[in-house]
Ligand binder design. Structure first.
Ligand code: NAD
Length: 481
């Protein structure tokens, strides 16, 4: 049973126009235990249209508030999220499976966007431009785009919502949010706190239910001016196509296939620790997760031995238990995909160094796995595995590994370890990725622009640039002066 300090945070209805509505239909289960946590409404096109209309009515009054007023409410939301960090983490671990320490970390990460954009709300500056015309001035003002829609995945149930909503709300936009069906409870708890923080009705709305129907309205309703999506590349492409009919702004944070490169001159122990963090965070279900490990031949065997030793010691179990660092995968489909990828690699000649099968705990638990002798033809190379499997390749030189790393349609995150300063710049500049970790496996922070190139997405979330998605520039020429 989920025990919360504040049981009122466990909301199971949708939030539209300031009211909690809808009957529980779709089950939300705990992936570690199978326990039914709640049932949430199965909304479709009509309810989504009503939510868009509510957001539309709320838009002008919200946009007309002073930046300082919006900032104050955002700041209050940040404080409430942090005051309820433990309850939010408990809800997240229960529905998503990640260890409690990671869930607490994600709540703080989610809150950091709200704090950052509460501050930035006051700094959405315009420009004055020297006019080429006599007796005139040119002024550029930034205005909110309008009603925004957000569709988010299950792997970061809190942060993917605040990373979109916080900059948009700061700019004066209003929102309709559709969380992932596996993890709606974190989203609803966040919105309960938003209501307490004082957002006026209609400014944030959350709908759960039929993804295609909800997404259909979000992408076709003329009132929606921006759609922000985090999730898989195929769904992102579909939404982009759908949004074309009404020429909406689109922000896409899609899949990755992150390379993690270790050069002969690297600090091997630091690289092992970095690889553990970059591969196994959230059981490997992270868009910036290492999907392919390239280790230069001189240190390959040493690296694999040390890395596999650490991986074999990882404690797997229910994320609420002390010492557990690997929880269950999100659902049966996820573990089946991992099994398929490992079977394909083994059939192609890869060696299982550790792990390689479902965990004795059953359900969707999978053993943290290291594979060696992997080739570029295998599924683990071509697709995002999204699970606790680390395939290791051996490489000879810098040119070869940069070509291997770039040989993918994705371009989200890349990592490499070296102590050669010249190589650090050369390789970082050659990698076709939106984000590069050099001797570091930690990329997520609210102060830096997060996002990908190629088929990993469009636009950036976080940092000063995160606001750009949510504003339009208006150029005003003032003549007759
Ligand atoms: P998904 O694409 O299956 O689902 C994401 C969201 O889209 C969910 O809310 C889902 O219900 C919704 N959806 C599915 N079909 C839809 C449709 N036809 N219309 C409207 N909405 C629809 O992805 P997922 O499995 O939940 O998440 C994992 C994926 O997300 C991975 O590929 C991962 O790399 C990516 N991801 C990317 C980032 C990033 O910042 N780039 C961050 C986290 C996750």
């Amino acid at each position: 049973m989920l025990k919360l300090n504040d049981p009122a945070l466990l909301r199971s209805q949708c939030y539209v126009d300031g009211s909690w509505i809808g009957e529980g239909v779709d089950a939300v289960d705990n992936p570690a235990t199978g326990e039914l946590l709640a049932k949430v409404p199965r909304f479709g096109a009509n309810e989504t249209t009503a939510a868009v209309e509510a957001a539309s009515r709320a838009f002008k009054p919200w946009a007309k508030k002073s930046a300082k007023e919006r900032s104050t409410i955002l700041r209050k939301w940040f404080e409430l999220i942090m005051a309820n960090q433990e309850d939010l983490a408990q809800i997240m671990t229960a529905e998503q499976g990640k260890p409690l320490a990671e869930a607490r970390g994600e709540v703080a990460y989610a809150a950091s966007f709200v704090e950052f954009y509460a501050e930035e709300a006051k700094r959405i500056y315009g420009e004055t431009i020297p006019s080429p015309f006599p007796n005139s001035r040119i002024i550029v003002q930034k205005q909110p785009v309008g009603v925004c829609a957000a569709i988010t995945p299950w792997n970061f149930p809190a942060a993917m919502i605040t990373r979109k909503c916080a900059p948009g709300l700061a700019a004066g936009c209003t929102f309709v949010v559709k969380p992932a069906p596996d993890t709606p409870l974190t989203a609803l708890a966040l919105v309960e706190l938003a209501e307490r923080a004082g957002f006026p009705k209609g400014v944030i709305n959350v709908v759960t239910g039929d993804a295609a129907a909800i997404g259909g309205v979000m992408t076709s309703h003329p009132t929606v001016r921006f759609i922000g999506f985090t999730g898989s590349t195929p769904v992102g492409k579909l939404l982009m196509q759908q949004a074309a009919s009404t020429v909406k702004k689109v922000g896409l944070e899609l899949g990755g296939n992150a390379p993690f490169i270790v050069f002969d001159d690297a600090d091997v122990d630091a690289a092992v620790q970095g690889a553990i963090a970059a591969k196994f965070r959230n059981m490997g279900q992270t868009c910036v997760c290492t999907n392919r490990l390239f280790v230069q031949e001189g240190i390959h065997d040493e690296f694999v031995a040390k890395f596999a030793g650490e991986v074999a010691r990882m404690k797997v179990g229910n994320g609420v238990e002390v010492g557990v660092v690997q929880g269950p995968l999100i659902n049966a489909r996820a573990v089946e995909k991992v099994e398929r990828h490992v079977a394909d690699a083994v059939a192609g000649g890869a060696k299982v160094v550790t792990g390689g099968k479902r965990h004795a705990l059953g359900r969707s638990f999978y053993e943290p796995t290291v594979l060696s002798g992997v080739t570029t033809k295998m599924l683990v190379t071509r697709e995002e595995t999204f699970g606790p499997v680390a395939p290791v390749y051996s490489f000879k030189n810098e040119d070869e590994v940069v070509a291997l790393a770039n040989d993918t349609p994705f371009g989200l995150a890349a990592y490499f370890y070296t102590r050669d300063l010249g190589r650090a710049f050369r390789v970082a500049e050659e990698l076709e990725y939106g984000m590069v970790g050099i001797n570091s496996a930690m990329l997520g922070t609210e102060v830096a622009p997060f996002g990908g190139v190629k088929e990993s997405g469009l636009g950036r979330e976080g940092s000063l640039h995160g606001i750009d998605e949510f504003v339009e520039m208006k150029y005003m020429l003032v003549g007759g002066l």
